[in-house]
Ligand binder design. Structure first.
Ligand code: SF4
Length: 203
């Protein structure tokens, strides 16, 4: 049994696969407690692998996105194999990077939490356990951005996405977006990621 918060079909709203239809498999729980966490992931229903595969297979997607919470707490190589074989879909994961991953995941998005230079966040960086990241997606909180390019998970093909910090107040949100746009323009190693699903008002 795995504890599932929700399974839903939507468009990926962030990063490299923005706009791509995908089935989101949201696991419950996380090993970090970020003060800015706005993901409602703690509730969960136990599901068997067969139930998960059967439900995901009802959607016409090419991709499954494993998310959370922290999905790495709930998966292993057998589960990834079962998902691949049972659904025929490709598998992406969005992870905070603090746990190793099974090797045959098709797309790994590493989203390290906070900056990497304060004593607290430097310790998060030292806890990263991933072998590789196809994409490093960073929420722009005004932190020093250079350390992300020097993470051991950043290879020559890794894409870097910078995302404005979400804010419920439209004026603050607009300011945050402007800051991120300016930072991307100043350093083209970044690509802008906006949370398209929030802009469109979809899940
Ligand atoms: S890693 Fe993500 S899900 Fe976990 S507490 Fe931080 S923001 Fe929330």
């Amino acid at each position: 049994m795995r504890r599932i918060n929700e399974i839903f079909y939507s468009l990926q709203g962030e990063g490299f696969h923005t706009g791509t239809p995908a089935v989101f498999l949201r696991f419950s729980g996380c090993n970090l407690r970020c003060p800015f966490c706005d993901t409602k992931h703690e509730q969960g229903t136990p599901m068997t692998d067969a139930e998960i595969v059967a439900y995901i297979s009802t959607f016409p997607a090419e991709w499954i996105i494993l998310t959370g919470g922290e999905p790495s707490l709930w998966i292993d190589a057998d589960f990834i194999h079962t998902l691949h074989v049972g659904t025929g879909m490709k598998i992406a994961i969005e992870t905070n990077g603090t746990n190793p991953l099974p090797a045959d995941i098709d797309w790994v998005t590493l989203s390290p939490k906070g900056g990497l230079t304060t004593p607290q966040t430097a310790s998060i960086a030292s806890r990263l356990r991933l072998q590789r990241a196809d994409e490093i997606k960073v929420v722009d909180c005004g932190q020093d951005l250079e350390p992300y390019f020097h993470l051991p998970q950043a290879g020559s093909n890794t894409r870097f996405y910078l995302q404005p910090c979400w804010h419920p107040d439209p004026e603050q949100a607009q300011k945050a977006e402007r800051r991120t746009i300016d930072r991307v323009l100043a350093d083209p190693r970044w690509t802008l990621s906006i949370q398209l699903h929030r802009k469109l008002g979809i899940e």
